[in-house]
Write a protein that binds this ligand. Structure first.
Ligand code: NAP
Length: 322
């Protein structure tokens, strides 16, 4: 039986990945701050720990001897990376590098391959001078989050040269109703739902013109699993190839919530404008499509719709609670 080890289990992608692997019959172990399995994946074996405790994580990995390691743990917000650049570097950078090294140690001790997937990010490209970006786009991050991810992106290549089956999945934004609401997309859908239910009256946002390539989170998890199991370890851009603005996202969310006049409710607050915000990140996932047979299954309007519907359900149940 395949044994997989996941970090970042309590996050959006961690829960989808665990669900997916458990459904395949994989034995799933995960590192977690708290010993509460995600409600969607109760069969996960949790090990309490922090990724930055590299010695403890290494001992755990050697003990478990997994076949697949998925490193999803991160301070995943660019905004927070400006507030805590040192912690971002420790968690997203140094701790991830130590995990790569531990995976190689397991491989050497066991004498069989260990497959390692690093959840990298389009933010490694910074403000790219080409659109869409692909695996050959220069790595030039413009924020602490992107810089830490860029370091590990390079380390994946270094460990591939040591014969580890290591993959950097260069993930573009991906969303779902499980996205925490400090991210702009979920903030938009939850506030649109609250306004539609008469429980809020304003949505404060930063740059409405920033353009992103938004996909469906379970599709991105699928790409990571495919990349782990491919014959040859490579880096892959994982993206839909379609750019939309924050303004488009807002309009789609308000329309789904039954509000046609979103401009009435949205204010631009300079507090939410990031110091360095790439204006256009759109990915070309041709390599993932051809080499992994991967493709996105859910379009932009449906992603926004599913998020708004989930937030409307949540709003309705909150309003009937005593
Ligand atoms: P998320 O929802 O923010 O989850 C992050 C996870 O990392 C949480 O489970 C968190 O646990 C864990 N974590 C943070 N610090 C940790 C530490 N020191 N030790 C152990 N665990 C720690 O992120 P996501 O959206 O699922 O994203 C998964 C990965 O993909 C991340 O690496 C992210 O940077 C990357 N990525 C995501 C996107 C996207 O659009 N979602 C795009 C590009 C790249 P606690 O909650 O207990 O702290």
């Amino acid at each position: 039986m395949t044994l997989a080890f996941i970090t970042g289990i309590s996050g959006q992608d961690g829960s989808y990945l665990a669900e997916r692997l458990l459904a395949e019959g994989v034995e799933v172990h995960a590192l977690a701050h708290a010993l509460e399995p995600p409600p969607e994946a109760p069969g996960v074996e949790l090990h309490r720990g922090d990724l930055t405790d590299s010695d403890e994580v290494r001992a755990l990995l050697v003990d478990l001897a997994p076949d697949e390691v998925y490193n999803l743990a991160a301070l995943s917000s660019v905004a927070r990376s400006w507030e805590e650049p040192d912690l971002t570097a420790r968690v997203n950078g140094l701790a991830a590098a130590a995990l790569l090294d531990s995976a190689l140690l397991v491989q050497e001790k066991q004498g069989r391959p260990v497959r390692f997937v690093q959840a990298s990010s389009a933010e490694i490209f910074g403000e790219p001078d080409r659109s869409p970006q692909d695996e050959s786009t220069p790595v030039r991050p413009v924020n602490p989050y992107g810089a830490a991810k860029a370091f590990v992106h390079h380390m994946v290549d270094v460990y591939r040269h040591r014969e580890l089956h290591a993959v950097s999945a260069i993930l573009y934004n991906h969303e779902s109703p499980r996205r925490p609401d400090h991210f702009v997309t979920r903030k938009i859908t939850s506030t649109a739902a609250a306004i539609a239910q008469g429980r809020a009256d304003v949505l404060a946002l930063g740059n409405l013109d920033a353009r992103r390539d938004w996909g469906w989170a379970p599709d991105y998890v699928d790409a990571m699993v495919r990349a782990a199991r491919a014959d040859v370890p490579r880096d892959y851009v994982v993206a839909t190839g379609v750019g939309r603005s924050v303004r488009d996202f807002v309009a789609a969310a308000f329309a789904r919530a039954g509000l046609s006049d979103w401009e009435r409710y949205v204010v631009v607050d300079p507090e939410f404008v990031r110091p360095a915000d790439p204006t256009e990140l759109v990915g070309d996932a041709t390599l993932a499509r051809t080499a992994l047979g991967w493709s996105p299954t859910v379009g932009f309007d449906e992603i926004v719709g599913r998020m708004v519907d989930a937030d409307l359900r949540q709003e309705r149940s909150a309003s009937v609670r005593p």
